[in-house]
Design a protein. Structure first.
Length: 464
């Protein structure tokens, strides 16, 4: 007993000197904004199928006077097959197979003649260029431009003894009514390809919590967006349109599944600040002291430890904040019985190993401790508890992208898009606590691309 009393003041002095204000946990820190810069890839084939599904067969139907004698030409231009989209020289072109049917009304010696019952029909291919942009309401706006009409056969006819170059007439009238033809195509694409609704749906679903862990504690990843921006970028390949998307958000991980009662709605579209494909995420992990207790109970309660022949086990654990430290109150049973309090600080090293270092301890109502010194007991309990409670976060974080992809496959988003996600760099950014919970913020770097599936934009805007 005298030996213990002699060393006790020195031991407590050494331990108290280990406390560092730099090591103490400060309050909860604001979470920096996460920046997600990614490419949304729209395969030309998928867009082509979508346009074929919404573009009607009849593209033009009208008549016009041929001369002062009130001779008239009536044209019906109909699509006869699937359109083809091509990227040529960085520009999007659409080719449409057509039937051009013509009816001519002509007066000969005061008699009105026509070929209504037997219209002339010639096959051709129309070629138009398309410029696509997104307006402030996230609607797709198409600007088509008529390029040329290629006849598959020479459109020359003989009517009423008169030979007519129908091709020249048709092309002349198309050139005079080019805006009407272009506007007709633009109207169909603008009203049938509903990008706004699809993006708003993806934006809303992305705010649903995603379960990323089940044991020893259920954890959910939550996304709270602060801004959403996008623009079509330069065409980079011959088969894919690139839409660059920028998502500014705050991410958090917590044991609760509930998200905001009302999600953040899609705001007006703006140009992104960057067009580099890159993820820079700041993900906050918050756990209440009650949840930490439950997790640690699963790790150490009931587990036996042995130090120089003295056995014991932790019966219960209670955690609370105290002066910038985590105060662990351990109830011990066995050869050592009573209560021990540890004052610990969490650390996350470069290898993403979460461990706890004890800076001080107190013995309370402990029996049987006289067999060893207080320092030895502290050393034994500290090593036992801190070794048992060390958690390797690397496997969890390294599998985070896989967990997100698994959740995506189970959601309705999987029917609209596929996500290529890679999270490859993790580091601890900050840690803190308040009276109820502890906070750790991780910084995550990576990359992501989205490929939209065919048909995602098809649907009348009036259906909104």
């Amino acid at each position: 007993m005298k030996s213990y009393l002699r060393w006790l003041p020195i031991s407590l002095l050494l331990l108290s000197n280990c406390k560092s204000d730099e090591e103490k946990l400060s309050g909860i820190s604001p979470v920096p904004i996460s920046f997600i810069h990614l490419k949304v890839k729209i395969p030309i084939k998928g867009l082509e199928d979508g346009i074929n599904n919404v573009l009607g067969m009849q593209l033009y139907d009208g008549g016009f006077a041929l001369d002062k004698n009130l001779d008239s030409l009536f044209l019906t231009i109909q699509r006869t097959g699937a359109i083809e989209l091509n990227l040529v020289g960085g520009k999007l072109y659409v080719e449409v197979p057509l039937d051009v049917a013509s009816v001519i009304k002509k007066k000969v010696l005061g008699i009105a003649l026509n070929n209504i019952k037997n219209p002339f029909i010639f096959k051709a291919r129309a070629r138009m260029s398309l410029d696509l942009e997104i307006n402030e309401k996230w609607d797709l706006v198409c600007h088509s431009k008529w390029e040329e009409l290629q006849w598959e056969q020479k459109p020359t006819v003989r009517l009423f003894g008169i030979e007519l170059n129908l091709g020249a007439l048709v092309e002349d009238q198309i050139s005079k009514n080019i805006k009407l033809v272009e506007t007709s195509v633009d109207h169909v694409l603008d009203t049938k390809i509903n990008m706004n609704q699809s993006i708003a749906q993806v934006y809303g679903i992305s705010q649903n919590p995603v379960q990323i862990a089940k044991k020893p504690l259920a954890l959910f990843l939550k996304n709270t967006p602060t801004d959403f921006r996008g623009i079509f970028s330069s065409l980079e390949s011959s088969d894919t349109l690139i839409f660059h998307l920028e998502h500014l958000s705050q991410f958090s991980i917590s044991p609760t599944m509930e998200g905001p009662t009302i999600g953040v709605s899609l705001g007006a579209r703006r140009d992104p600040m960057s067009t580099e494909s890159h993820l820079s995420l700041f993900t906050e992990l918050r756990m209440s002291f009650v949840d930490i207790e439950r997790t640690l109970e699963a790790l150490i309660v009931g587990q036996k430890f042995n130090f120089e022949g003295i056995e014991g086990s932790v019966k219960s654990i209670e955690i609370r904040p105290m002066d910038g430290f985590l105060n662990w109150r351990l109830t011990i049973e066995g050869d050592l019985a009573g209560t021990i309090q540890l004052f610990v600080i969490p650390h996350i090293d470069d290898e993403l190993l979460l461990r706890f270092s004890a800076f001080d301890y107190e013995l309370s109502e402990v029996t049987g401790w006289a067999k060893i010194t207080d320092w030895a007991m502290h050393d034994a309990i500290e090593k036992y508890v801190t070794n048992k409670t060390s958690v390797d976060l690397a496997p969890f974080l390294n599998q985070l992208d896989d967990k997100i992809l698994e959740a995506l496959k189970k959601s309705t988003l999987s029917q609209k898009m596929s996500l290529d996600l890679h999270l490859n760099k993790f580091k601890s950014y900050s840690k803190g606590m308040n009276n109820e919970e502890m906070q750790v913020i991780f910084q995550i770097e990576g990359s992501a691309d989205i490929v939209l599936k065919p048909g995602i934009f098809v649907g009348s805007k009036s259906a909104k």
